[in-house]
Design a protein around this ligand. Structure first.
Ligand SMILES: CC(=O)[C@@H](O)[C@H](O)COP(=O)(O)O
Ligand SMILES: NCC(=O)COP(=O)(O)O
Length: 261
């Protein structure tokens, strides 16, 4: 399967917020990244606006529409814990995909998937998923690689899971990823069996992507931010998009992306 590359702009906003001069601009960065061939943009606005601000979410939605990216199938992915404000952002900007993540508001970064075996969690998510789908958003749940949980995700009405790849990335770095890869492969098979699409994200890099993709061939999309922006400091956005598409084994035809599969 062709795996789409959605670039997370959080870290561009983090740098912008460090001063009051307004640059680097996440919208300009998003535009350049899409022109270089990425298939989508991701942002994860957090309640404290430490990086992406509410206004960025609107400004990116406007750019995607005005520049014709939306019409070309470029995807806007909004991630976050579905508190009231997240729902308002989704209602007003209509992202193509809402990825629900169970982060505490003060979490340093995302560090866990949903515990869908918990009745209270399921009761919270069910109406939110249904409301988001009524806005036309595809709904994805951020999940640990727990094969037994996948049928529950499907019962809730979600369309996809996003596999939380932090533990895999750590194991890869330590040189012993085989056990983790087996867990992700089993979770992905269970997700496909349950009728779910598969996304993945967190700490993915050009080094660890190829073995992950080999273990999870039904990978529809990856969202990558931290390592992507770090690489771009050395290589620039254009070369970095190419490097990540290569790591995903996605061919790039011409100026804009070709991965519609
Ligand atoms: C959902 C997820 O995996 C995260 O990686 C997240 O989108 C990144 O958030 P921060 O940029 O705030 O660490
Ligand atoms: N969903 C994961 C994401 O958007 C980016 O995660 P990271 O690459 O910044 O760890």
């Amino acid at each position: 399967m062709t795996t789409k590359l959605s670039v997370n702009l959080n870290k561009v906003a983090l740098l912008r917020n460090q001063r009051h001069v307004g640059y680097p601009d996440p919208v300009a960065a998003g535009r350049t990244i899409l022109e270089a061939g990425a298939h989508g943009l991701t942002v994860h606005p957090r309640p404290d606006e430490r990086h992406i601000r509410r206004q960025d979410v609107y400004d990116l939605a406007t750019m995607l529409d005005k520049d014709g990216h939306k019409a070309r199938g470029i995807e806007y992915n909004l991630e976050g814990n579905p508190f009231d404000d997240f729902l308002t952002l989704c209602r007003e900007t209509r992202p193509d995909q809402a990825t629900l993540v169970p982060d505490a508001p003060d979490a340093a970064t995302s560090d866990n998937g949903w515990d869908v075996m918990d009745d209270a969690v399921r009761e919270r998510l069910r109406p939110l998923i249904s409301e988001l789908k009524s806005f036309g958003c595809r709904v994805s749940l951020f999940m640990n690689p727990d094969a037994a949980a996948m049928a529950r995700v499907a019962e809730l009405g979600a369309d996809r899971i996003e596999l939380y790849t932090g533990p895999y990335a750590d194991a890869f770095e330590a040189g012993n990823a085989d056990g983790q890869l087996a867990l992700y492969a089993a979770a992905a098979s269970a997700a496909v069996e349950a009728g779910l699409g598969i996304n993945a994200g967190h700490d993915l890099t050009t080094d660890n992507l190829p073995s992950f993709k080999a273990a999870v061939p039904d990978l529809a999309e990856v969202s990558i931010g931290h390592a992507f922006i770090a690489d771009a400091l050395w290589m620039g956005f254009g070369r970095t998009v190419e490097a990540y598409l290569e790591a995903l084994d996605v061919r790039r035809d011409g100026f804009l992306y070709s991965a519609n599969g």
